[in-house]
Design a protein around this ligand. Structure first.
Ligand code: FAD
Length: 408
């Protein structure tokens, strides 16, 4: 990372202390980072994303530009070559990417998988991987949890790792695992003790760091899985894949608690992307509502057009506040499961609503590819399902926050 970039990020770190208590200011904090990210995004205008979307191609140039500028390493401590900032800075980066009309889905996983390695990885693992990730020479973009048979019930995953001397042999299958074809490393959740042999169903799960370059063709097969948006998602098939025991992250059997940390980070960061999307849709809709003349007046003069856009704004700013609160708690090392989940639910609903309103405001033009609205509409719709669907968040709030009985 360049000296200037490092100084800019260090300044942002100092600034973060000043604004810590001001929740409203936090929804637009890290102004320097936001401005710089927005400038970088101008090199990747709508036609860049449209072409990749049509070809279902990975936005390599965009990811390389973000890596070179150090933005994907904001969470890596300075001693390992990163910026040493918190989740709020990472959220500002991702929100600004989405607010600029770009899509962080090609690379956001590096930010939330990082937490597992940082908090639970050994010093040797951190020294081996983090400096190269910070320098942009190694990509940790894949997070393998979901399986066809287990669905949202992670405790029922069947992909198993059995220890043979210095290696684990992994067998099983994963589905919807994104970016595996564009990543060097994957954090993989496996079962190391059968579910029937543990007291708590979530015990006996472990996290392995898989070297994807070595694994493909040696026990791992990757099959692309086309989805409604360009998301580089795949199915994975494990057939006696050997993973060194040295690649176990933390203690065997404790993997579920490790990925919970990552999941809170993931929820906060996805919420920030949704806030960015929503702000993009709202700005676009308001501008068009002011400019488009029908029946001799701007369509935005009609309250039937104006009010939904105003409502989208209200919902988005409320979601931004919840996301900022969750991020503040996360950075302070406090419990933030409820806030991270609520932020993700509010923001994903706000962005989906804003997307719908933006299409409606544009009439037929909302469906024309060149306006980018239909593409971003498809992209933002994902976040009510993945990662973690709205119902599962409501279940979490109903049972963990409000103390009602669990349905499963
Ligand atoms: C584009 C894309 C990218 C993805 N990338 C990744 C990735 O990189 N890594 C990864 O591990 N996973 C990834 N996923 C998987 C994603 O996290 C899951 O699809 C999501 O968590 C939902 O799981 P499922 O599809 O198995 O749905 P299911 O668990 O089968 O649920 C189906 C529906 O039923 C509802 N439901 C289930 N149980 C209950 C209940 N008890 N009460 C109320 N409602 C319930 C759910 O809310 C959902 O709406 C991705 C998915 C997509 C589509």
């Amino acid at each position: 990372m360049s000296m200037m970039r490092r100084r800019g990020l260090a300044y942002a770190k100092a600034l973060s202390m000043v604004t810590l208590s001001d929740a409203a200011a936090m929804t637009n904090d890290f102004v320097e980072i936001r401005d710089a990210v927005a400038r970088l995004c101008t090199d990747f205008p709508g036609h860049y994303w449209r072409e990749r979307d049509r070809a279902r191609a990975y936005p390599t140039e965009f990811v390389e530009a973000l890596s070179a500028a150090g933005y994907l390493a904001v969470l890596i401590p300075e001693e390992y070559g990163g910026a040493g900032l918190g989740i709020r800075a990472a959220a500002a980066v991702l929100e600004e990417i989405h607010r600029s009309g770009c899509n962080g889905a090609a690379c956001h996983a590096q930010m939330y998988t990082m937490g597992t390695l940082l908090k639970h990885g050994s010093e040797a693992q951190k020294r081996e991987y983090l400096p190269r990730i910070a320098a942009g020479n190694l990509r940790l973009q894949a997070f393998g949890v979901t399986e066809p048979a287990s669905g949202t019930d992670t405790s029922r995953i069947r992909t198993a790792a059995v220890r043979h001397g210095d290696v684990y042999r992994v067998n099983g299958q994963k589905v919807f695992i994104s970016r595996t074809e564009h990543s060097d490393l994957m954090l993989l959740l496996v079962r190391t003790t059968p579910r029937n042999d543990v007291t708590k169903p979530t015990d006996g799960l472990s996290v392995l760091l898989v070297d994807l370059i070595e694994a493909v063709g040696n026990g791992l097969t990757i099959k692309p899985l086309a989805t409604m948006m360009n998301h580089a998602t795949t199915e994975l098939f494990f057939d006696d894949l050997e993973v060194p025991v040295a690649n176990l992250v933390g203690a065997e059997g404790k993997g579920f608690s490790y990925i919970l940390d990552s999941m809170n980070a993931e929820r906060i960061l996805i919420a920030s992307e949704c806030v960015g999307d929503a702000r993009w849709f709202i700005a676009k809709a308001a501008a068009y509502a002011n400019e488009r003349q029908v029946f001799g007046r701007p369509i935005g003069q009609n309250q039937g057009v104006q009010f939904p856009i105003a409502r989208a704004h209200v919902q988005t700013e409320a979601a931004a506040l919840m996301a900022a609160t969750a991020a503040q708690l996360f950075d302070a090392g406090e419990t933030c499961g409820a806030e991270a989940n609520m932020a993700k639910l509010l923001a994903s609903e706000a962005s989906a609503f804003a997307a719908d309103v933006c299409i409606q405001t544009h009439g037929g033009y909302g469906f024309a590819e060149e306006y980018d609205i239909e593409r971003k509409f498809r992209e933002t719709r994902l976040y009510q399902v993945a990662p973690v669907s709205t119902n599962l968040i409501l279940s979490y709030v109903g049972t963990h926050v409000l103390g009602m009985p669990k349905s499963f």
